[in-house]
Each structure stands twice: as structure tokens, then as C-alpha cells.
Ligand binder design. Structure first.
Ligand SMILES: [Zn+2]
Ligand SMILES: [Zn+2]
Length: 391
């Protein structure tokens, strides 16, 4: 595990001392986290053991009705490529996920660039950001994303194909069973959480951050395409590897691999999109990572809970909003920010102690005492009365 805690002679980074010390303490400490994780996993296993059969029976029944349809479609595709497995694999794992990414992001970009329609923009997490998005910054991000997709993801998928063909046959004529595909997807997700969490924390090490990960964090209020706006090395290690490794290890079928790549891209797009929309997974967790840099490193938050890297997040309004929105009222309205306390010292210049240090990727302010974190580009910290600007 790589600690982001470090001493910085420039006085900018004393980051996580509060969270690392709290790990040793009672509630919220490491042991407490392990117990909670064990309880959640244990309950999950019990639940699956009790209801798993009937759940999969219902799903299988649905699959049984459409299973033939998918098998026929696959057979047609398989025959159409006449044994050109490499082309078929590349077609599946590049074309479908890339199309999925750009279709969903084209829709989001329409909203980001026009600031309309208001029935979407009202769900914006950082309410006064990207309204509309800076076109120069956006153009640069899109160019980088295209570069990463063409020159990094493309060649990596070719390597993955040869690796998978060497280990097995990803393009077999038979589709996997429904149960097996589900099991594999669950395993991929676990692997992604582990590999993304640790590689991401590694990139927050001050020695690596400024060279590689700072680019991704230029967006303190992210939008969908920023999901793969990253330095090429980060794109290989942190974005691609955690996703592609699962199907290689399990010797998965092309269909499951393609589905997984699509799911991973949609999921990371939602995490970065900047809108907490109804009936979609909550993007608050990773949005908070972009806002505060030294919290919420993982995908699902399991390892953050275990390592105490979500302790500050759990004291915020964003954490209260980190839930599946099942009504049409935006969470910034139903759970509003706490009223800002205006200090009598508010005329003082910004305190450098409270700034995010973009060189190192860390904060000097121990914000665990903050009742809620600022959403605005500038706000008053109730701790010291200084203004804290987070962009
Ligand atoms: Zn991100
Ligand atoms: Zn990061």
C-alpha cells in the first residue's frame, strides 16, 4: 500500500494524518472497518445462499427466452468472420465499447456545452461549475481521450487478444452460460476495485503525481469524457489494466469481455459526468475525489472504507447524497449545503495552508472538522475563518 501521507518542504502536503490516525481508533478505525466489511460480505454470501437459486432461476428464465436469440446472433457473426478471430475480437472489444463511450458522452457533451436542458443541469453536483464547459479545455481533453483510445487502448486490445488466444479460445462458437457470465462479471468488478484502488493511490504518491496523474486532476469538476483524460502511462496502468486483466485471467469469451468493457466505460463515464441523475449509480464518490484529491480512491469504496481513505468524505453532504436517487428532486435541493459561516477575518488573503497543492495532489488542511465541504469555487472555512479556494 502506498501512503499519500508525506512531508513536503514547501509546506503544502501534510495530507492524511487525520485519517491515518483515525484508523487506529475506535469507531471508524481499521478493525472496525474490517468487521464492517466482514459483516457486509458475510451477509451478502448468506443472502445469495438463501435467495441465489430463485434469483438466478428468474434471470435464467428471462435468459432462456432470449438466449437462443443471442446464440443465433453470435453464430451469424462468428460465421461472417470465417475464422478471422483476431478481426472479430478487435471488432467486438474496440468498436462496441468505443461506440458506447462516445454515444453516451455525445449526449452528455450536448448538455455540458449548451448548459441545457435545465431538467438535466439541475442535477449538477458542483452547481456552478462547467456552466457551460470551457471549450478550449474541452477540446484538449477530447484530443487526449482520442489519442489514448487509438494509440493506447487499441494496441493493448491486440496484446490482450494474443494473450487470451494463447491461454484459451476467446472466440469459441458457443456462448458462455448465463450463470457463468454473471459470475465472471462479479469477479471482474472485484479485480477492478483492487487494482484500480492501489494503482490510483500509487499515482497519488507525490513523486508520481506531478508527472502522471496531475493531468487527470486538472478537472476539479469532471465531465464524462474526462474519464479517460489521462497521461498515457496512467491510462495503461490505472484505466486499462484493472479492466482487461479479469477476462485474461478467467479466459473469458469475447461476448463477456465486450460486455464488461462496455459496462466499465459506462460506469466510469457516470462517475465523472458531474450530474447525479435519478435512477443511475451515484457519481458523488469519484466527483468528491476530483474535488478533494486525497479521498475516495476506489471504484466501489470498499477499499477506501477498509483503509480509512473515505473518513473525510463520510462527514460531508456529498456522502449524504451518495445514494441512488429515486425521486426527481435533485439531491442538492433535498440535502442542501450547510449555510456558510462568514468569518470576521474573511477579508484576509487566502491561506496557502488550505489550498490543494496541485503539484503533489494533496491538501494541507485537515478537513475532518468541516461539517460540509464547499461546492462553490470559493467558500468560507468554519475552521479558521479563512477563505478556502479549491480550484
Ligand atoms: Zn477521475
Ligand atoms: Zn486521483
Amino acid at each position: 500500500m502506498v501512503e499519500t501521507k508525506h512531508s513536503d518542504t514547501k509546506g503544502a502536503a501534510t495530507t492524511d494524518s487525520s485519517s491515518s490516525s483515525s484508523r487506529q481508533e475506535g469507531p471508524g478505525g481499521l478493525w472496525d472497518s474490517v468487521k464492517k466489511a466482514a459483516f457486509v460480505i458475510g451477509s451478502g454470501i448468506l443472502f445469495l445462499a438463501a435467495f441465489g437459486n430463485s434469483l438466478t432461476w428468474h434471470l435464467q428464465r428471462f435468459w432462456g427466452a432470449s438466449g437462443d436469440f443471442w446464440q443465433n446472433l453470435w453464430t451469424k457473426l462468428y460465421l461472417a468472420f470465417e475464422g478471422h478471430d483476431a478481426a472479430l475480437f478487435f471488432f467486438g472489444t474496440m468498436l462496441f465499447p468505443t461506440l458506447t463511450f462516445w454515444v453516451s458522452n455525445a449526449l452528455l457533451l450536448l448538455v455540458d456545452t449548451t448548459g441545457k436542458p435545465s431538467f438535466i443541469t439541475r442535477y449538477r453536483i458542483q452547481v456552478d461549475k462547467n456552466n457551460p464547459v470551457d471549450p478550449v479545455k474541452l477540446r484538449h481533453a477530447v484530443k487526449t481521450v482520442l489519442f489514448n483510445q487509438v494509440f493506447i487502448s487499441g494496441p493493448m486490445v491486440v496484446v490482450v487478444y494474443y494473450l487470451m488466444s494463447w491461454l484459451g479460445n476467446p472466440c469459441s462458437p458457443e456462448l458462455p452460460t448465463f450463470h457463468w457470465a454473471l459470475t465472471e462479471l462479479a469477479a471482474f468488478a472485484i479485480l477492478e476495485e483492487i487494482l484500480f484502488y492501489y494503482s490510483h493511490r500509487l499515482f497519488h504518491h507525490p513523486g508520481l503525481y506531478k508527472h502522471f496523474h496531475k493531468q487527470h486532476h486538472e478537472w476539479t469538476a469532471p465531465i464524462g469524457v474526462v474519464a479517460i483524460y489521462a497521461h498515457p502511462l496512467e491510462h495503461v496502468i490505472s484505466n486499462m489494466l484493472p479492466v482487461v486483466i479479469g477476462p485474461v485471467i478467467l479466459g473469458s469469451h469475447l461476448s463477456t469481455t465486450t460486455l464488461w468493457y462496455c459496462l466499465a466505460l459506462v460506469s466510469t463515464t457516470i462517475s465523472h459526468c458531474g450530474y447525479h441523475l435519478p435512477f443511475l449509480p451515484s457519481p458523488e464518490f469519484h466527483d468528491f475525489h476530483h474535488l478533494r484529491f486525497n479521498q475516495c480512491f476506489g471504484v466501489f469504496g470498499v477499499l477506501d472504507r477498509l483503509h480509512g481513505t473515505d473518513t473525510k468524505f463520510r462527514q460531508t453532504k456529498q456522502y449524504e447524497r451518495h445514494t441512488l436517487l429515486t425521486s426527481l428532486t435533485p439531491l442538492t435541493e433535498s440535502i442542501p449545503d450547510s449555510p456558510k459561516k462568514v468569518s470576521r477575518h474573511h477579508n484576509q488573503p487566502y491561506s496557502s495552508e488550505q489550498h490543494h497543492n496541485p503539484q503533489s495532489g494533496s491538501f494541507s488542511l485537515s478537513s475532518s472538522t468541516l461539517p460540509s465541504l464547499p461546492h462553490r469555487s470559493s467558500s468560507i472555512s468554519p475552521v479558521s475563518g479563512h477563505m478556502a479556494k479549491f480550484v
